[in-house]
Design a protein around this ligand. Structure first.
Ligand code: 6PG
Length: 241
């Protein structure tokens, strides 16, 4: 694994650097494989990045958008990761509708939705049973508790190794999430981290030894390329040599 850690002076610089890396990865994937498959992070940090991506002139018809996790709400709900990305980016540019692959959240049983999305990925990537696809780029954040995607501390989702998609659990609220092995099969994983509130979790995530189930972002060890882009407020304590 090739690990790159960069601490940027402030959030604006972080977003501009994130934009440059994402655009580079998009062009690289299309040049190498004819398309780019991106799984988006939710939460608040990436929203300005998505707004910047909406200003770019990119070959949208060759880009396919997925989500690394989703809250179990309709896309019209203010908590929806799909809704946030559509409002900030996807609805502002000419994506073919079939290139957008939201996580389903309509079924009363989240495990049914998780299975539905797993089948959708298997069909999209034309997978054999138990085969994991390699997304070109997976964007992630971390919570103050060290979770990533919807892989929350001490939850069953952390142990799932034989599925692409599973049900996450945040304080009893269901989420749909990529599993750790699916994330780790990506060509590139990019963490975009901002704010001093992330420092305690980052210290544990970057520590040589700590408990992975307490700090699930430690589980993300992609075989290819791992980027950590942090603003100074978040990354000031990290030894990034
Ligand atoms: C979500 C995200 C989640 C997010 C972190 C950080 O659905 O909330 O996917 O993993 O990346 O919670 O969120 P902030 O960017 O809002 O700090």
């Amino acid at each position: 694994m090739n690990k790159i850690v960069e601490v940027l002076p402030d959030k604006e610089a972080l977003i501009q650097r994130g934009l440059a890396v994402v655009v580079e990865k998009i062009h690289g994937a299309i040049a190498a494989r004819g398309r780019c498959t991106i799984a988006l992070a939710g939460g608040s940090t990436p929203k300005p990045l998505y707004e910047q991506l909406a200003t770019q002139s990119l070959p949208w018809e060759h880009i396919h958008i997925f989500w690394g996790d989703e809250r179990y709400v309709p896309n019209t709900h203010p908590d929806s990761n799909e809704g946030m990305a559509r409002h900030a980016w996807l609805d502002k540019v000419e994506f073919p509708p079939e290139n957008i692959h939201p996580m389903p959240t309509a079924n009363a049983d989240p495990t049914v939705s998780a299975s539905q999305h797993e089948v959708e990925l298997q069909q999209f990537f034309q997978l054999q049973p138990r085969e994991f696809p390699s997304f070109d780029l997976i964007l992630l954040g971390i919570g103050d508790d060290g979770h990533t995607a919807s892989l929350f501390p001490h939850t069953e989702a952390l142990q799932v190794r034989d599925h692409l998609i599973t049900v996450g659990n945040k304080d009893g609220q269901p989420r749909i999430t990529f599993t750790a092995p699916l994330i780790n099969h990506a060509y590139t994983v990019l963490f975009l981290i901002s704010g001093a509130s992330k420092r305690p979790a980052l210290a544990q995530i970057f520590a040589p030894i700590a408990d992975d189930t307490t700090y699930p972002a430690r589980l993300i060890q992609p075989r290819d390329e791992l980027w950590w882009l942090l603003d100074h407020a978040a990354g000031q304590d990290l030894d990034v040599r």
